[in-house]
Design a binder for this molecule. Structure first.
Ligand SMILES: Nc1ncnc2c1ncn2[C@@H]1O[C@H](COP(=O)(O)OP(=O)(O)OP(=O)(O)O)[C@@H](O)[C@H]1O
Length: 457
């Protein structure tokens, strides 16, 4: 069964409308976007510059600037609408106030701190801006976990401290005979939560022989905590870290555990010598490595959704390929769902299960990657396809005209001003999304029910 067919949604975006209030006028950046995301899929988002891809990604994260008015719509994560306060204000106010909006954004940011990272996280184009130059990268990964889920670090450290080699042998047997679920249950019943992720992070590795995996798992039992860390964890366990002088101890001990977790994540992402890498500073790493560290931070809290906004655009082609391989690997080995934003369709073709095409703040077509590439239906999608640079650059076409001024988008279909097939109706009435085949929708008056395009571009 395909990931889309399961129909269980991790994210549901409905009728999202957002405008930017500026001195030069009101830009209607999102004009009614509907979108679903399913577990474990990669949804690619494409469209020319200014079509609203980044704004959509940021709005889903609840990360909008103060001049952004959420006029309507919802963003449901696990059924909970995370933008409700912004929508309630943006929709119901007759006079939009940036100051009032800012207050609501600040309040919402506090509420969403837990959601961000834990459920949803984002990777941006330029890794250097996402990393702190004065902290080792391992610290930054550790801190992301410390910030969102310090208890997890505590559980990990304590569980290791409690087990013997004999216990580990028993767990390995359970794992080999009954599988991962049974092991997780067993550890839970013995109060050893936190050990499961450590054992499984070794067990799931494909790059090492089983005998070596067993050795590594057994060695997890011999890691005794340093007394200073024991003290720090005890302080945290008893809630004494609320006293400023003691909080340092607790944080240091938890961060030390976070370093171990950082090594596991970097190993999982196929980074060589992770023990060394965690101690390096961002400027000591290559661009590709930095982006992998940013991805590690995004993955550190096991989010359900990761939004990647042009994650490979600042990288050279070979590194770009490695990052794409990484996303493909993650897709195969985890339940994480991705929204992968790129203006480059050939990049999206590699990683996506479905592709959504945006134009002037709307989705105009969305469907399985094979259909979008083999039988694009919207004239805009077809023209974008023809603009992909191929082997023979001489046939490369560009899309005539330019994206509309979003202060005053055209009436009817926004693409009608550039579409060679536009009919009168296109200029007066905005087409709605219509399902043309399973999971494939398109908004174009020229596309008949059967999904055949009337003209040929
Ligand atoms: N803070 C802002 N204030 C005013 N206008 C903005 C702001 N942020 C984005 N916009 C405008 O919103 C529109 C959509 O921008 P957005 O960055 O989402 O497009 P995009 O498809 O991601 O483009 P790109 O590929 O260039 O990143 C553009 O017209 C942009 O100028």
């Amino acid at each position: 069964m395909s990931k889309v067919q399961t129909k269980e949604k991790v994210l549901e975006v409905q009728d999202l409308k957002l405008s930017f209030y500026t001195r030069r006028g009101v830009y209607h950046a999102l004009r009614g976007v509907d979108l679903n995301l399913y577990p474990g899929e990669v949804l690619g988002l494409a469209g020319e510059s200014g079509s609203g891809k980044s704004t959509l990604g940021l709005t889903i994260m609840g990360l909008i600037p103060r001049n952004a008015r959420l006029e309507d719509g919802s963003v449901k994560l696990d059924g909970i609408d995370v933008v409700q306060p912004l929508r309630d204000y943006g929709k119901n106010t007759s006079k939009f106030s940036v100051k009032k909006n800012e207050k609501i954004i600040k309040k919402l940011n506090k509420q969403l701190q837990q959601v961000r990272g834990n459920k949803i996280s984002m990777v941006f184009q330029e890794p250097l801006t996402a990393l702190n130059p004065v902290l080792p990268v391992g610290y930054q990964i550790a801190e992301a976990v410390y910030f969102h889920d310090p208890d997890r670090l505590l559980r990990r450290a304590l569980s290791r401290d409690k087990v013997t080699q004999e216990d580990m042998r028993e767990f390995l047997n359970i794992l080999k005979t009954d599988g991962e679920e049974k092991l997780i249950q067993e550890l839970k019943s013995r109060g050893l939560e936190g050990l499961d992720e450590q054992i499984l992070s070794v067990w799931r590795r494909k790059d090492i022989h089983e005998a070596r995996k067993e050795k590594i798992v057994l060695s997890l039992a011999n890691v005794k905590l340093k007394s200073i860390d024991k003290l720090g964890l005890t302080i945290y366990m008893h809630g004494l870290h609320r006293f400023p002088i003691l909080s340092r101890f607790a944080k240091n001990s938890l961060i030390n555990e976070g370093y171990r977790l950082a090594v596991e994540i970097l190993t999982f992402l196929g980074i060589p010598h992770p023990e060394k890498v965690v101690k390096l500073y961002p400027h000591e790493l290559s661009g590709g490595m930095r982006q992998r560290v940013v991805i590690s931070i995004a993955l550190a809290n096991n989010p359900k959704i990761v939004i990647m906004d042009e994650p490979t655009s600042a990288l050279d082609v070979t590194i770009q390929a490695q990052i794409l391989d990484l996303v493909k690997d993650l897709k195969g080995n985890s339940d994480i769902s991705f929204i992968f934003i790129s203006h480059d369709l050939s990049v999206l073709a590699e990683v996506s299960d479905r592709i959504g095409i945006m134009y002037a703040g709307k989705l105009v077509e969305i469907g399985p990657v094979s259909e979008i590439f083999q039988e694009p239906l919207h004239p805009y999608t077809r023209m974008l396809m023809e603009a992909i640079p191929g082997m023979d650059k001489s046939v490369l076409k560009t899309i005539p005209g330019s994206v509309p001024d979003m202060r005053n988008p055209p009436t009817g279909c926004a693409f009608s001003t550039r579409c060679p097939f536009a009919i009168d109706r296109c200029r007066t009435e905005d087409p709605r999304m219509v399902e043309v085949s399973k999971d494939h929708q398109v908004a174009c008056w020229l596309v008949k029910g059967g999904g055949r395009h009337a003209g040929s571009v």
